[in-house]
Design a binder for this molecule. Structure first.
Ligand code: ISJ
Length: 198
């Protein structure tokens, strides 16, 4: 039982329950597109795709996407970069039961932000945000650390990471976006200049 809990997070509906640092709170709770907000806090914004492939969803996300147990999904993982600094590790899953008409743009996204396809589509409905504090042993914490280590970034050591997730629906499809906020996000400050996507 303990082993299982180390790999799963306790997702809750109120941000105060995860006791996140104050400077992180507006990132966790912000409405609208995270991409748009990050662009407003940087001169250059980029989506670095780590992979997009078929995978088995995580144990603590199966039920959220309507699966009784972890099953096959389309999985996309990216680093969102502001002025080349990685500030968010994002993990998106779409059940294999979805067909191409549910998420027509998902498979060919490349380095375009998923957010631009979700927030611009009147057929997409957004669920409520859930929050979690990720232990170092959570799969998404491990993957975020591995992504940073791959580029020689200072290890995140054992510090807690804070995440949010949101379920999107379109036609018969569901899509779950989980965003793990990396420590450098708290160094961002709003810019007045327009940003350009590199
Ligand atoms: C959902 C959004 O899309 C962002 C972009 C993602 C991607 O390109 O894979 C994943 C998660 C988000 O942070 C958003 O901008 O709010």
């Amino acid at each position: 039982m303990r082993e299982r809990s180390l790999r799963q997070a306790n997702w809750v509906g109120h941000v105060l329950a995860v006791n996140a640092p104050h400077e992180l709170r507006h990132w966790l709770t912000g409405g609208g597109s995270l991409t748009a907000k990050l662009k407003h806090h940087s001169e250059t914004f980029r989506v670095q795709v780590l992979h997009q492939h078929v995978a088995t969803c995580l144990a603590d996300e199966a039920r959220a996407i309507g699966l009784h147990r972890p099953g096959r999904v389309w999985e996309r993982e990216v680093l969102l970069r502001c002025d080349n600094a990685p500030v968010v590790f994002a993990h998106t899953v779409v059940p294999m039961s979805a067909d191409a008409t549910d998420w027509p743009l998902f498979s060919a996204l490349g380095e375009r932000s998923l957010g631009t396809t979700l927030f611009g589509d009147p057929r997409v409905t957004r669920g409520t945000l859930e929050y979690a504090r990720l232990r170092a042993s959570h799969p998404l914490a491990l993957r975020a650390r591995a992504a940073l280590a791959a580029e020689g970034q200072a290890a995140l050591d054992e510090q807690l990471l804070y995440a949010r997730r949101c379920l999107y629906r379109r036609r018969q499809g569901t899509l779950l976006v989980t965003e793990v906020f990396l420590p450098r996000v708290t160094r961002l400050v709003p810019r007045t200049s327009n940003t350009r996507e590199t």
